[in-house]
Ligand binder design. Structure first.
Ligand code: ADP
Ligand code: MG
Length: 614
C-alpha cells in the first residue's frame, strides 16, 4: 500500500468538507425531521454510497458503467439471504441448500461484510475482461453485466424467489451504520481521486496513449477502480435492501441504473463533490415530482395524477442542465480545489530532475516497419548518445514519427530492435518504456486536457518515483525547466499553444528520462515561441546529460541545435552526419530539392525552408 501522504492535504480537507453535509443530514433526520423527511434522508445517504461507487469507476476512467447496479443487486440479495429470519426463510425459500439455510438470522453488519466478499469475487471476475476494454466497448460490456446479473437473479428461484418479491428480512437500517458507510464512501472516493492511481486513471481518461507513454498501466488501474466502485455499490445495495424490507430483481435494473447515472451526471461525473451534490438534487427532485405525479390538493391548485411525470421530469432536468453546463452542476473541480486548498510544496531548492546515470546509448538497430504492405521504415540504424542532440529530418511521410513510435513500443517494429544499454526497449509493454529511460512528446500535442498543468507533469513523476517520494517537488522542478512554474494551477487545455508544447516536454522530463524524443516540438509555433523553445532545449542539453532526439521540419532550427543529424526519405535512412556534412550531402539535397529540378519550381518549398545553399 502506498504512503498516506500521497493524497495531500487537499484531499483530506475535501473529504471532511463533503462528509460534513452528510453528518448534518443524519443529525437532522435523527432529531427534527418528520418520519417522511427522515426516510428521505436515509435514502439519500444510501444512494450517495452507490453514486460514489459509480463515480470511482466511471468518473475517473471516463467509461460510463451501466453494470455497477448489478453489484447493488448482489449486495442486496447476498446480505438478505443472511439476515432473513429463519421462520420467514422456511416459507419464502424452502429450496435453499441446507448450508446456506443454516446461516440465516445474522446481524446486518455481518451480512454486509459477507455480501462485500461476494461482490468482490464477482467484480474481480467481470472486471478482468472489462478492464481490457475502453470507451463504448467497455460501456456495452457493463450493460451486458447488468443484463446477465438480472437474468441470473430471476432464474435462481431457489435463492431469490425469482421475479417474485423477496421478503422476510428485518426491515430498517441503523442511521449510525448508514452514515458511517456514507462517510467512508466519501473519504474513499475523494482520496482515491487524488491518489497516484486515481490521478493516473484520470490522465488515461483524457488520453490513453499519452498516459501509457508516461508509464501508466491503464488496464490495471481500470480493474481496481472497477472493483472498488463495485464494493461501494454492494454496500449500498445491502443497506437499500434492508431499508426497503422487500424487493425483487427489477428494483435493481434499468430504472435504478438510470437514477444512479442521473445523479452522477447531473452533479458532474468527474468529481466527488458532483456525485454528492447530484444525489442530493435528484433525491429531492424525485420526491417533489412523485408528490405531484400522485396528484391531489396543493393548496393553490388541485392536480390530477400525471403518469410518468417523475421520469420525464428527471430527463428534462438533465437535458436542461447538460445544455447549459456540460460538466454538470458542480463542474470538473472539487469543492476543496475551488476553495483554494493547496498542498504545500517544498520550494524548488530541490534540484531539477536528475538523469540517473546509466550505461550506454540508445541504439536503433536495423529497425523496419511495414503497415499492410506499405514499408514505412527500412533498416534504420543510428545511435543517440547522452549529452548530444541528434536531429531526425526528412520530407513529410519519410517515417520520422513512425520511427519514434517504434522506439517507444507504441508501434512495435516489424524488424530490428531498439536497445538502451543491454535492454531491448521496443519489446517492453508501452507503459514500461519510460522506466527503461525514454521520454517523448507527440507530433500532435497529447496533453491531459482537463487536468491542471501540475497534474499533467505529476502523472509522469509518479510513475518513476518511489512510493514515499514527494513528487510535487519533482513535478514543479520539471515545470521550472520549461518556464511554466507560474501556470501550474491552470487547466492544461487553457494554455496558449506554445506553452502546451513546452508542457509536453516538462511532462516527459518528469520521467527523468535518459533519452528524450521530441516529435516536431516547434510545429505550429510562431517565431517567438520557437525561440523560447530553443532556449529550453539548450538549457536541457546544457544542464542534464540526457540524449535528445529531435524530429523537426524547421531546418534552420535543426542546423543550429544538433550535433548530429539522421536523414530519412521514404522510410530509408539516406544520410547521417554533422550539420555541415548533411548540408553538403548531395543525396540529401536531391531528396529535399531534387524534385524542383524535375518539375516547375513552386514559389516556396512545400516542405519547410530548403537547405541553405552550399
Ligand atoms: P513523418 O513523420 O516522417 O511525416 P510518418 O512516420 O507519419 O511520416 O509516416 C510514414 C508513412 O507511414 C506514411 O506513408 C504514413 O502514411 C504511413 N503510416 C504511418 N502510420 C501509419 C499507420 N498507423 N497505418 C498505416 N500507415 C501508416
Ligand atoms: Mg511525423
Amino acid at each position: 500500500m502506498q504512503d498516506f501522504r500521497q493524497f495531500g492535504k487537499t484531499a483530506w480537507a475535501g473529504s471532511a468538507l463533503l462528509a460534513l453535509p452528510l453528518v448534518l443530514v443524519a443529525v437532522l433526520a435523527a432529531t427534527v425531521l418528520p418520519a417522511s423527511g427522515a426516510r428521505l434522508a436515509t435514502l439519500f445517504l444510501i444512494y450517495v454510497i452507490a453514486v460514489l461507487g459509480n463515480q470511482i469507476y466511471s468518473g475517473n476512467s471516463g467509461i460510463m458503467s451501466f453494470g455497477h447496479t448489478s453489484f447493488m443487486a448482489i449486495g442486496a440479495y447476498a446480505s438478505a439471504l443472511l439476515t432473513i429470519a429463519p421462520a420467514a426463510q422456511a416459507t419464502a425459500l424452502p429450496a435453499l441448500p441446507a448450508w446456506l439455510a443454516a446461516l440465516a438470522g445474522q446481524p446486518l453488519i455481518v451480512a454486509l461484510a459477507a455480501a462485500l466478499v461476494v461482490v468482490l469475487v464477482v467484480a474481480a471476475i467481470f472486471g478482468l475482461p472489462i478492464a481490457r476494454l475502453g470507451g463504448s466497448a467497455a460501456s456495452i460490456a457493463t450493460l451486458g453485466l447488468l443484463v446477465i446479473t438480472h437474468v441470473t437473479l430471476v432464474a435462481s428461484t431457489d435463492f431469490t424467489r425469482g421475479s417474485q418479491t423477496f421478503f422476510g428480512i428485518p426491515r430498517g437500517v441503523p442511521m449510525a451504520l448508514v452514515l458511517g458507510c456514507a462517510v467512508a464512501a466519501v473519504v474513499i472516493a475523494r482520496l482515491y481521486r487524488s491518489s497516484r492511481g486515481g490521478l493516473a486513471l484520470r490522465a488515461a481518461r483524457e488520453d490513453e496513449i499519452a498516459a501509457s507513454a508516461v508509464g501508466v498501466n491503464v488496464v490495471r488501474l481500470r480493474f481496481w477502480a472497477f472493483v472498488l466502485g463495485a464494493l461501494l455499490c454492494g454496500a449500498s445495495g445491502a443497506l437499500l435492501a434492508h431499508f426497503l424490507g422487500a424487493f425483487s430483481p427489477k428494483d435493481f435494473y434499468f430504472n435504478l441504473t438510470f437514477l444512479m447515472l442521473s445523479m452522477l451526471i447531473l452533479g458532474g461525473i468527474t468529481t466527488v463533490s458532483g456525485a454528492v451534490g447530484g444525489t442530493a438534487v435528484i433525491v429531492l427532485l424525485v420526491d417533489i415530482l412523485r408528490r405531484i405525479e400522485a396528484g391531489g390538493d396543493f393548496g393553490i391548485v388541485t392536480l390530477p395524477p400525471v403518469f410518468g411525470l417523475t421520469d420525464i421530469g428527471i430527463g428534462l432536468v438533465i437535458l436542461i442542465v447538460m445544455y447549459r453546463l456540460r460538466e454538470g452542476l458542480f463542474g470538473v473541480r472539487e469543492l476543496d480545489e475551488r476553495l483554494g486548498f493547496e498542498d504545500a510544496v517544498t520550494p524548488t531548492t530541490q534540484p531539477a530532475p536528475v538523469v540517473p546515470p546509466g550505461p550506454g546509448n540508445l541504439k536503433v538497430e536495423n529497425v523496419g516497419k511495414t503497415f499492410a504492405g506499405l514499408t514505412a521504415l527500412e533498416k534504420v540504424n543510428f545511435v543517440v548518445e547522452p549529452g548530444l542532440v541528434t536531429g531526425l529530418i526528412g520530407p513529410n511521410g519519410a517515417g520520422k514519427s513512425t520511427l519514434i513510435n517504434a522506439v517507444c513500443g507504441i508501434v512495435p517494429p516489424s524488424s530490428g530492435r531498439v536497445m538502451i544499454g543491454g535492454q531491448a526497449v521496443a519489446e517492453l509493454a508501452v507503459y514500461d518504456v519510460p522506466r527503461a529511460g525514454l521520454g517523448r512528446t507527440f507530433q500532435n500535442i497529447r496533453l491531459f486536457k482537463n487536468l491542471t498543468v501540475l497534474e499533467n507533469v505529476r502523472v509522469a513523476a509518479n510513475s518513476v518515483a518511489r512510493p514515499d517520494e514527494d513528487t510535487a517537488a519533482a513535478a514543479r522542478a520539471a515545470l521550472a525547466i520549461v518556464g511554466l512554474s507560474d501556470l501550474a494551477a491552470r487547466i492544461a487545455a487553457t494554455l496558449p499553444y506554445g506553452a502546451q508544447r513546452r508542457l509536453e516536454i516538462a511532462r516527459a522530463l518528469a520521467l527523468r528520462p535518459r533519452f528524450l524524443l521530441l516529435d516536431e516540438p516547434a510545429a505550429g509555433m510562431n517565431p517567438a515561441e520557437t525561440d523560447a523553445l530553443m532556449e529550453v532545449l539548450r538549457r536541457i542539453r546544457a544542464e542534464h546529460q540526457l540524449g535528445l532526439l529531435v524530429v523537426e521540419h524547421d531546418l534552420k532550427l535543426i542546423m543550429r541545435l544538433c550535433d548530429r543529424i539522421v536523414v530519412l526519405n521514404k522510410g530509408q535512412q539516406i544520410a547521417i552526419g554533422t550539420p555541415d556534412e548533411i548540408r553538403a550531402d548531395p543525396v540529401v539535397i536531391e531528396a529535399y530539392i531534387g524534385r524542383k529540378r524535375a518539375a516547375p519550381p513552386p514559389q516556396t518549398p512545400p516542405l519547410g525552408p530548403a537547405l541553405p545553399a552550399t
